[in-house]
Write a protein that binds this ligand. Structure first.
Ligand code: SAH
Ligand code: SF4
Length: 368
């Protein structure tokens, strides 16, 4: 498409079925074509109008002139020795009025499924002290189309090797609940059986604890599992590593969690990044048990992934002891060793790093 055409073409990515219907009607086409385009983009992953054979030829040609599907562009793939791929993606187009930005998404293949970790903002404003993304600051919110686009690009790039089940985790760059509208619009498409068709129980949104966002999410009809980054066993400790705790302190956060309407068999997930010598003692574990009383909660312990920050990885023995204390008190608790550490793809390492991973850069076969 010529740069001039790009200026006027409507980007259809991220539009709901209703918005597509309306778009078609506005340009004088039958509204039901909207549902056909929705199916073609999200279910079939057809990204150029010429290949949408469920549409009449004349409409395909017209859409090619008057509309576009702006997917994030793959700038770089960092392939880990464990099969994880960290994608560096370019989004935005000044000509279309969206600020160019660079973000990351991570594709993790497993035996029977793949998990895709996506960003919801370029950078992050929350400023957790242990997280490399924080060092980027916030560049901007992502649009719904960009968020859905991350998943589509990762699926498409691995098309030949896809397993039947896809999980998505909103745990990349950014705080999802500080970009609430775009995130929920994207989730409606991702979790729609007629859309990308990811099962809601296979999706998780992780928040640093934005209480108004948790309350709004509670009112959504279809929602992902909720994960809360607890990361500390007292306000004093949490204040030091998560400045957001001053605004939304533990007692209020856990109160909002207690009010969160869980369906049967639904659990709240609490993530706890273990920082060696800081929050990883058995006393911390006992305090966590108390904090989580009266909550249907599971805990994921994440040993801190190194970056250029003044923290240490915890000793393995301390991690296991921490887990034991929780389990003994009846709190289900798992140790999550992050994947893709060798290419800076692990939790808290998404800061557009190039150098550390340079030796491992490869182009996957799907890319060539
Ligand atoms: N902004 C959201 C989601 C992205 S971060 C949030 O904070 O919840 C996803 C998870 O990675 C969070 O639980 C966060 O606490 C954790 N994390 C951040 N930096 C980390 C690091 N260096 N090592 C391990 N986990 C980290
Ligand atoms: Fe932002 Fe999450 Fe990193 Fe905190 S841990 S700075 S909320 S991405």
């Amino acid at each position: 498409m010529s740069p001039q055409a790009a200026n006027t073409a409507a980007n259809l990515l991220g539009k709901s079925p209703e918005e597509l219907r309306e778009f078609l009607q506005v340009i004088g086409e039958p509204g039901y074509r909207g549902a056909q385009i929705y199916h073609a983009i999200y279910r079939e992953r057809r990204f150029d109008f010429a290949s949408m054979t469920n549409l009449p030829a004349a409409l395909r040609e017209r859409l090619a002139r008057e509309a576009s599907i702006e997917l994030p562009r793959i700038v770089r793939r960092h392939l880990s020795s464990d099969g994880t791929v960290r994608y560096v993606l370019a989004v935005g187009d000044a000509a279309n009025g969206t600020k160019p930005a660079t973000i990351e998404a991570v594709f993790m293949p497993e035996e029977n499924r793949q998990t895709i970790c996506i960003s919801t903002q370029a950078g992050c404003a929350v400023d957790c002290r242990f997280c490399l993304t924080a060092t980027l600051g916030l560049m901007r919110n992502l649009t719904a189309g960009e968020i859905v686009g991350e998943v589509l690009v990762a699926l498409e790039d691995n098309r030949a090797a896809l397993k039947p089940q896809t999980n998505i985790v909103l745990m990349g760059q950014g705080e999802p609940l500080l970009n609430f509208d775009a995130v929920t619009t994207a989730l409606r498409i991702l979790l729609d059986p007629k859309g990308v068709a990811i099962a809601p129980r296979h999706a998780a949104l992780s928040t640093s604890g934005i209480i108004p966002g948790i309350e709004r999410l509670a009112r959504e009809k279809v929602r992902p599992n909720l994960a809360i980054s607890l990361n500390a066993s007292s306000n004093e400790q949490r204040d030091q590593i998560m400045p957001i705790n001053r605004k939304y302190p533990l007692e209020k956060l856990l109160d909002a969690c207690r009010k969160y309407p869980l369906k049967s068999r639904e659990w709240l997930l609490f993530e706890y990044v273990l920082l060696g010598g800081f929050n990883d003692s058995p006393e911390d574990a006992r305090r966590v048990v108390k904090l989580l009383a009266n909550l249907r909660a599971k805990v994921n312990l994440i040993p801190w992934n190194p970056g250029d920050l003044p923290y240490e990885r915890p000793d393995r023995a301390r991690v296991e002891e921490f887990q034991r204390v929780l389990m003994e008190k009846g709190v289900p608790c798992f140790i999550r060793d992050s994947r893709g550490q060798d290419v800076m793809a692990a939790c808290g390492q998404l800061a557009l790093a190039d150098s550390a991973a340079a030796a491992n850069i490869q182009t996957s076969p799907a890319a060539s």
